[in-house]
Design a protein around this ligand. Sequence first.
Ligand SMILES: [Fe+2]
Length: 198
Amino acid sequence: MVFDPMCGSFSRRRFVRGGALTLAALAESRSLLYATPEIQETEDNQEGPYYKPGAPIRSNLVEKGMPGTRLLLTGKVLGLDGKPLPNAEIDLWQADANGQYDNIGFRLRGRVFTNDSGLYQIETIIPRHYGAGSYPRPPHLHVKVRKGDGPVLTTQLYFRGNPYNYHDPSVRPSLLLDLKDNGGNGKSAEFQFVIRTA
Ligand SMILES: [Fe+2]
């Protein structure tokens, strides 16, 4: 029997095409099962170089005399089925009002857990943009969100309308915070996380 290279090549193409179809079908079935126009899994975003595990559990990251506009961030953590997740962890780290991260201690780093209704609240400040050159990073909050030992969502939240957003390819429309006045005490914003739990 003579080996037919065309046949081998054809087989490999079939295999690759079949794999692509399977992936597409999986993606479609997942979206049919879990995603509605109201419930979309929160987009991930890069971790960046400054994450430090072991941040203290605290909902108020503002220290006495800390410069910067106060920011009250609230919202819910939901599963892909849209149900609130109690006791989900949000691990937040960010730059300060000068665009600096604390890489020695835990200033502007903290973890909070959602309550029985899946609600969380974090008091912090609005970070400054940072980075030199033509493409400074826009102001952003880094977060890792998880429920128990489930998968970790690592993402970043940005601030709608900030001029530095337009230079940064990581900014996603779904990750923009809308700032509101918080009754004379800085700003507030809401963000709903939708995460996988398994
Ligand atoms: Fe950052």
